[in-house]
Ligand binder design. Structure first.
Ligand SMILES: [Ca+2]
Length: 201
């Protein structure tokens, strides 16, 4: 069991999105806010069988809608994020990929956005690369955002699939091995603390 924990600790160094392409067929791992979120199939999937759709319909009132997932990160490290975004009959809204960085008290430190989709597009790679997490950030929120410009009610559809979030490791060649060792040691320590907390319960 300890050996399994050690192996899991090493691979858990960079947190990974749960259900990034909605292939559970639901929003497992994700949260949403605002109106209109559902899981779509067929043309609503960039990859696999499912994608996350926001329907903006007549009479809607939510100006901002989001689908998001939070992950632990390390301040000062460099990260990339992406999603495939398709938009249909866009005329009263826009949508984009958004990254928010939070400190340990849940305070928003910084927000970054990809290019915005303002007109119809097939599934298009939307991304933000080489983001440096604020030094005191501990959590990232990876978000697909839709903004309604008015309540005129024209139907607009924004479809998100295959979200991604990864760390860019760019150590000096001479320190690469050292950094990997530190990373492994950090994960081991964290895993040890988690195990100890569990055992102490
Ligand atoms: Ca999918």
């Amino acid at each position: 069991m300890l050996a399994e924990a050690v192996i899991a600790g090493k691979t858990a160094c960079a947190a990974v999105l749960i259900n990034p392409g909605f292939e559970t067929g639901d929003f497992t791992g994700w949260s949403t806010f605002g109106q209109g979120w559902r899981i779509g199939i067929g043309a609503d999937a960039y990859s696999g069988l499912y994608g996350a759709v926001n329907d903006m319909l007549s009479g809607d009132y939510s100006l901002y809608r989001g689908v998001y997932q939070n992950l632990p990160i390390v301040g000062g490290h460099i990260y990339n994020s992406w999603v495939w975004l398709r938009t249909v009959t866009m005329d009263t809204s826009e949508s984009w990929l958004e990254i928010q960085w939070y400190d340990s008290s849940g305070t928003l430190l910084l927000q970054q956005q990809s290019a915005h989709a303002t007109i119809d597009q097939p599934f298009t790679y939307m991304y933000i690369t080489n983001m440096i997490a604020p030094l005191n950030a501990v959590t990232v929120s990876v978000r697909g955002i839709v903004q309604m410009h008015s309540d005129s009610g024209a139907p607009d559809f924004s479809i998100f699939d295959s979200f991604g979030f990864s760390e860019t490791v760019v150590p000096e060649p001479s320190t690469a091995a050292l950094l990997l060792g530190v990373c492994a040691a950090f994960c081991l320590l964290r895993r040890h603390r988690m195990l100890k907390a569990l055992l102490d319960k």
